[in-house]
Design a protein around this ligand. Structure first.
Ligand code: N01
Length: 533
């Protein structure tokens, strides 16, 4: 018997958990949030590495549920840096008095559904080791898509005498690399953002690259007060317009397929978008993630930019990706490629010679030992399912979620899964999530969950669970859409390919507007595909 009971338990105090708490309170529900960290902010609480910033423009990367909130907050830069986003998260938490219902430094270790009582029994562990239990009617996993750090298990990790840090678990007090020999392992978004900043501080920086990545310039700059005023005056229309974009963002995606313009015009369009900066690069043609030929031209344009920028031809060639552009999340950089022109930076290609082990002094690859004072693991995350599978979640009949998902996640709408009644996955696998601007996507999911709970209450019901047929059809639908794109062509974390042994399944749903429409149709049809009791 759990000692306490709430209507809704929420796991995680990032943007999803905070908004879910706000909505739950608005519905008069007894709610509690559990958060491992000692503050709000989720991904922006943990990812404090040097250079961390958002790749979605700041005027769009904010909540829209409260007009006063969006009018009063001012962003300082086109792309906000992590400290500013964390200040924003705290501002929201304070403004809506959220922190009193958040249990910080408390990790959810288990959540078991009790068939007989129809409740979730949740076990938590606080930082001082205290174990507690609570029962809840609804359980909302607001655990984030990129929260479970992927630290490779290199032999000899414990032998290394220097410091090592993962970008997604960066110490709050920061790390001073002054006068140090530093290694960065990985060349994804986190590395691409942190490498230029670390290079300016460290005595020497060595980057270990397994796969090169495409990056387009951010052209970051302070927010122009006039543009901000215009944006705020038009927030309503702009937010609506953004929702019609495939990634929930305002950047323009032309309604033109590849081949509809001569090659020279296409190249001029890529150049124009390169100068604009950010994700708009891939909006030059609507089908760049479907059409191989167009994608190859877009990719070659970036490679030419790399060759123009990086002075040493051998390094430039190593930095040129060969995969489909956009099949891994496009990186938005500030001076990344230029950093390789510095005297204190060098690149080591480990595509053929993986890191063999860590040693007391550093690491070994290709039979050679490299010595360092500090190593940065910019090695990414066990994305989308990692933080869910690390909790002992059990549904009807004691079935562990990790067991149900052994061959890959299976959900209905990326939000619910058969056998786990009243369990909601905010931006879960099978929803647009990481292919979008997370803020509007989070709001859409939280609003949908809130509507479901209101619906249940209005109809004197207590439980919602998807039907098996609906879930199977949804999984097939997501696979069919992803299969019609170029996304599955490279080893991305979208596919779980970055974590050894993880099943290769494309997890996010491409296409935000179509997804929202489907959710609305399902709700209008009395939550078709769900069993409500
Ligand atoms: O992680 P990644 P990330 N030995 O998985 C390499 C979001 N994000 O933290 O490609 C050697 O992309 C791995 O190599 P490979 C954003 O959505 C957003 O950088 O697997 N190398 C790769 O180079 C992003 O996509 C922002 O061959 C190893 C790197 O480590 C997502 O988070 C900023 C290795 C990991 O790259 C993840 O980005 C930062 C090993 N054993 C992140 N294991 C914004 O701007 C892995 N690698 C909002």
């Amino acid at each position: 018997m759990a000692a306490k009971q709430v209507d809704i338990a929420i796991v995680g105090a990032g943007f999803a958990g905070m908004y879910m708490l706000h909505r739950a309170r608005g519905m008069g529900l007894r709610a509690v949030v559990f958060e491992t960290g000692d503050g709000v902010g989720g991904t922006w609480y943990w990812n404090r590495y040097p250079g961390a910033r958002c790749d979605v423009e700041s005027m769009e990367y904010s909540y829209q549920f409260d007009d006063d909130l969006q009018q009063e907050w001012s962003w300082s830069e086109r792309y906000a840096a992590q400290p500013e986003i964390l200040r924003y998260a705290n501002h929201v938490a304070d403004r809506f008095d959220l922190k009193r219902d958040i249990r910080f430094e408390t990790r959810v270790t288990a959540a078991h559904f009790d068939d007989a009582g129809g409740l979730w029994h949740i076990e938590t562990e606080s930082r001082n080791g205290g174990v507690d239990t609570i029962a809840a009617t609804h359980l909302v996993m607001a655990t984030g898509c990129l929260s479970s750090a992927n630290v490779p298990h290199f032999e000899g990790m414990e032998d290394f005498k220097g410091d090592w840090h993962h970008t997604g678990r960066w110490p709050k007090e920061g790390v001073d690399f002054t006068g140090k020999r530093v290694a960065v392992i990985g060349t994804g978004s986190s590395a691409i953002q942190s490498i230029p900043v670390i290079a300016r501080q460290a005595e020497h920086l060595t980057v270990f690259q397994r796969t090169p990545n495409y990056a387009v310039p951010a052209h970051n700059h302070p927010v122009d007060p006039e543009r901000e005023a215009w944006f705020k005056a038009h927030y309503k229309e702009l937010r609506e317009k953004a929702k019609q974009g495939r990634s929930g963002q305002l950047y323009s995606v032309r309604d033109l397929p590849w081949g509809s313009e001569p090659l020279e015009t296409a190249k001029a369009e890529f150049a124009r978008r390169w100068d604009l900066g950010g994700f708009s690069y891939l909006g030059a043609y609507v089908d760049l993630l479907v059409n191989k030929e167009g994608n190859a031209v877009a990719a070659e344009f970036v490679r030419e930019k790399i060759r123009e920028t990086v002075k040493d031809p051998e390094t430039a060639e190593l930095l040129c990706p060969t995969s489909v552009i956009g099949c891994k999340r496009l990186c938005v950089d500030i001076g990344y490629f230029e950093t390789y022109n510095r005297d204190n930076v060098n690149l080591v290609d480990i595509s053929k010679d993986p890191i063999e082990r860590l040693t007391e002094k550093g690491l070994i690859t290709g039979g050679k030992e490299y010595a360092f004072d500090a190593i940065v693991f910019a090695t990414g995350f066990d994305a989308m399912t990692g933080s869910l599978n690390r909790i002992d979640i059990r549904g009807r009949g004691g079935l562990p979620l990790a067991e149900k998902w052994e061959a890959g996640p299976r959900t209905y709408l990326g939000l619910t899964t058969v056998g786990f009644p009243n369990l909601f996955l905010i931006t879960g696998p099978g929803s647009p999530s990481v292919l979008t601007n997370m803020l509007p996507t989070i709001e859409q999911h939280v609003d949908y969950v809130s509507d479901i709970i209101e619906h249940l209450r209005a109809h004197g019901q207590t439980t919602i669970e998807p039907e098996q047929d609906a879930e199977d059809a949804w999984v097939d639908h997501v696979n069919a859409i992803a299969g019609g794109t170029l996304y599955p062509s490279c080893n991305s974390w979208y596919l779980g390919a970055n974590v050894p042994g993880k099943p290769r399944v494309f997890m996010p749903y491409p296409g935000f507007p179509a997804y929202v429409k489907k959710c609305e149709e399902i709700a209008a049809a009395g939550y078709e595909g769900f069993r409500l009791e």
